[in-house]
Design a protein around this ligand. Structure first.
Ligand code: SF4
Length: 307
């Protein structure tokens, strides 16, 4: 089974967007200077053990420019490099609903104030949303293709505790259900390699399949410079998966997901210069090619084990 008129055996979000909008849609990553309650002392001041100063796997580079300027310069750069025509404004770093709703409205609307922006994606924590904030996104979704992305990482509370996540699975479920009530597209982030067995990781896949989540982003746990995880790595308190283990597990995971679930990412993309381990993650394209080949070897596809 192939997806989105490509030879991919999984529902790659970029190909899905191209089909939907008739042109490739590029994400413009925006840093609007948000913080996170798990870093600023509200919940804890330590943050998740893998979080670096960029706010977890972020590629946004600067909040020195206004949001509108970041969108304008981002669109120009992508246009000249890739002949890009359509864009989504993407708030990725930290917790992008962690401000009062009136401020959020101004920030999101300035990210949409560009003729070629067709959508909005907002990454956040499940304990940083409420009715009013989700209503705002729901209103925006009437005119723009809108997603909310929740960092979950695992359905297992013992894991969430171990990584100092600061919320439990039940908190995610409440935010997820409220977001779906508001008609939002929801993408869920998970991480492989958090001291979990293969069975535990696949239980997360099965739960997300049962919820029929709209999108999934899969990260391989990686130690970035100046994080607690990097210290655990130097102290020999964590082993990272090999690339082959990751590839196998990613295919197992995708086989359990519904074919309709879009796959937004299949390996982390923290800034390479900050990556300490595992080093193989630096060659992300190789990993993605291996995942394609593993699907072919098994002659399986996303959803082949979904019932
Ligand atoms: S929720 Fe995100 S920004 Fe906050 S500490 Fe965890 S990884 Fe970092």
């Amino acid at each position: 089974m192939f997806f989105n008129n490509t030879d991919k055996r999984y529902n790659q979000f970029s190909a899905y967007l191209k089909n939907k909008f008739g042109a490739k849609v590029y994400k413009i990553t925006i840093d609007a200077g948000f913080s996170c309650p798990n870093r600023d002392g509200t919940i804890s001041s330590g943050g998740c053990i893998f979080c670096d100063e960029g706010g977890s796997f972020s590629q946004a580079h600067s909040n020195l420019l206004s949001v509108e300027e970041q969108v304008r310069t981002g669109a120009e750069t992508l246009r000249s490099r890739f002949k890009a025509q359509k864009f989504m404004s993407y708030f990725q770093a930290y917790s992008n609903t962690y401000k009062p709703v009136n401020e959020l409205e101004v920030i999101y609307k300035s990210a949409l104030n560009h003729p070629d922006v067709v959508g909005l994606s907002v990454g956040t924590r499940p304990d940083c949303v409420d009715n009013d904030k989700l209503n705002l996104l729901s209103d925006i979704s009437k005119d723009y293709y809108t997603w909310i992305e929740y960092g979950l990482q695992s359905i297992h509370d013992k894991t969430l505790k171990r990584i100092n996540r600061g919320h439990d699975f039940d908190c995610f479920l409440k935010a997820y259900e409220l977001s779906k009530e508001k008609g939002l597209n929801v993408c869920v982030h998970v991480i492989f390699g958090l001291w979990e067995t293969k069975e535990e990781i696949l239980q997360t896949a099965q739960k997300l399949a049962q919820l029929k989540v709209d999108g999934v982003k899969i990260h391989m746990l990686c130690a970035l410079k100046d994080t607690k995880l990097a210290q655990l790595y130097y102290d020999n308190k964590i082993d990272f998966m090999s690339e082959d283990e990751y590839v196998n597990l990613a295919v197992d995971f995708l086989e359990f997901l519904p074919p309709e679930t879009t796959i937004h990412r299949l390996a982390g993309n923290g800034l390479k210069k900050n990556l300490i381990a595992p080093r193989w993650l630096g060659a992300k394209l190789d990993c993605l090619n291996k995942i394609d080949r593993e699907f072919i070897r098994r002659d399986s596809w996303q959803g082949s084990k979904y019932f």
